[in-house]
Write a protein that binds this ligand. Structure first.
Ligand code: FAD
Ligand code: DHB
Length: 398
């Protein structure tokens, strides 16, 4: 026997997408239950993205979860692009009028958990055997096990916010979704180190030894990445080996990289993936459940925020006035942004990484592209407006 519960929106997954959707709905007086497979501790310690577009910051602030973000987030007006030992500053704020904010995904998730607990909204951790049923009806449901017993959650709508490996996308009948994907022949090895960043703004570097990125989490914690083979085992990367590669790849005249104790390290494969449409009947996909980008453009988290903002708007209009146009256009509107981010992330990735499967000609093309971005205001502006994120004002008068 299952216990049966009813809600307006069943949200699967308590990553940034699911948690923020829950928050936005709550602000509109719409009831939701969030089901998460992992523990709260696990979710809060999963180290991932760190860069928020201005639009994402605005959304979090409007949702009432931006207080710590505004206090602790570090606003960056630009980035450095580096080719071999030549480093060029790209002044995003000057080129676009917008900036980005460094604030860890872990912190966004903690703030959203705290807000959910404070408001008393339903959020269950450690749910198992999650299964979507009755999708062909107007009353879809989610079946799951929690604390050893079976439960059924009936809802008007289901939001699949359960990431790339979740069950939501897989619950859509075969033949409905069109899929596009690309795997890359490299991965990112990322570390967190207890040391003040050696740079005021992020450095994206391409060198003969491969890609490196110097980012940060605070004025005391540095976040650094290097390109490695996806088959690498993290056990083969003692701290010394990582720092040596970072020194080699980030070297620039008159600049030095400060080292500190490494307290987190992991390897992330890189892929591009899109599933469309992002809706099947009353099931809506949002965030990584529908699309993945390689991290070079820092878009994954920002896309998740944009998706759920649109979904919350559509659901709010549905419940307020029966206007379903937002829900009907949800997928198309999200996919416009998604494909721009897909192209930008692919473009940044191929420009900045050394592709072991590419020939010497391809290597020269990417190097030429970096020099062009660093030397042409038009090319730099194109990178900048993509990096700071849509929407950007039309400069063509259209
Ligand atoms: P997720 O954060 O994946 O959240 C999905 C949630 O659903 C998880 O909590 C998961 O436990 C839960 N879940 C899964 N299956 C079920 C189920 N069956 N039932 C219930 N719950 C379930 N982006 C960047 O911009 N920069 C980066 O440096 C960067 N690094 C990354 C590193 C890694 C290892 C990964 C995986 C992603 C990284 N990303 C990065 C991408 C970014 O973190 C994601 O785009 C973002 O987390 C998307 O949020 P989400 O809520 O859609 O999905
Ligand atoms: C970070 C990650 C990215 O993928 C990126 O492009 C910039 C910064 C980060 O983790 O800080």
């Amino acid at each position: 026997m299952s216990s049966v519960e009813r809600t307006q929106v069943a949200i699967i997954g308590a990553g940034p997408a699911g948690l923020l959707l829950g928050r936005l709905l709550e602000r509109q007086g719409i009831e939701a239950v969030i089901l998460e497979a992992r523990s709260r501790e696990y979710c809060e310690s999963r180290i991932r993205a760190g860069l928020l577009e201005q639009g994402s910051v605005d959304t979090l602030v409007e949702a009432g979860v931006g207080e710590r973000l505004q206090r602790e987030g570090i606003v960056h007006g630009g980035i450095y692009l580096q080719l071999d030992e030549q480093r060029t500053h790209i002044a995003m704020d000057e080129l676009t009028g917008s900036s980005v904010t460094i604030y860890g995904q872990t912190e966004v998730v903690k703030d959203l958990f705290d807000a959910r607990v404070a408001s008393g909204g339903r959020l269950l951790f450690g749910v198992e055997d999650v299964r979507i049923a009755d999708l062909e009806t107007d009353r879809p449901s989610v079946h799951y096990r929690h604390n050893g017993s079976n439960h059924e959650l009936q809802a008007d709508f289901i939001a699949g916010c359960d990431g790339f490996h979740g069950v939501s996308r897989q619950s859509i009948p075969e033949g409905v979704l069109q899929l596009w994907q690309r795997e890359y022949p490299f991965a990112w090895l990322g570390i967190l180190a207890q040391v003040a960043p050696s740079t005021d703004e992020l450095i994206y570097a391409r060198s003969a030894h491969g890609f490196a990125l110097h980012s940060m989490r605070s004025h005391e914690v540095s976040r650094l990445y290097i390109q490695v083979d996806p088959a690498e085992d993290i056990a083969d990367w003692p701290d010394r080996r990582i720092w040596d590669q970072l020194h080699l790849r980030l070297a620039a005249p008159g600049w030095s990289l400060q080292e500190g104790p490494v307290f987190e390290k992991s390897i992330t494969p890189m892929r591009s993936f899109v599933a469309a449409p992002m809706r099947y009947r009353n099931l809506f996909l949002a965030g990584d459940a529908a699309h993945i980008v390689p991290p070079t453009g820092a878009k994954g988290l920002n896309l998740a925020v944009a998706d759920v903002s649109r979904l919350a708007e559509g659901l709010a209009a549905h419940y307020a006035s029966g206007d379903d146009s937002g829900l009907e256009h949800y997928s198309d509107r999200c996919l416009e942004r998604v494909w721009r981010a897909q192209h930008f992330s692919w473009w940044m990735t191929q420009m900045m990484h050394t592709d072991p499967s590419d020939d010497a000609y391809g290597d020269q093309l990417s190097r030429s592209q970096i020099r062009y971005v660093c030397n042409s205001r038009a090319a730099a502006t194109s990178l900048a407006e993509n990096y700071v994120g849509l929407p950007f004002a039309s400069t063509l008068g259209g």
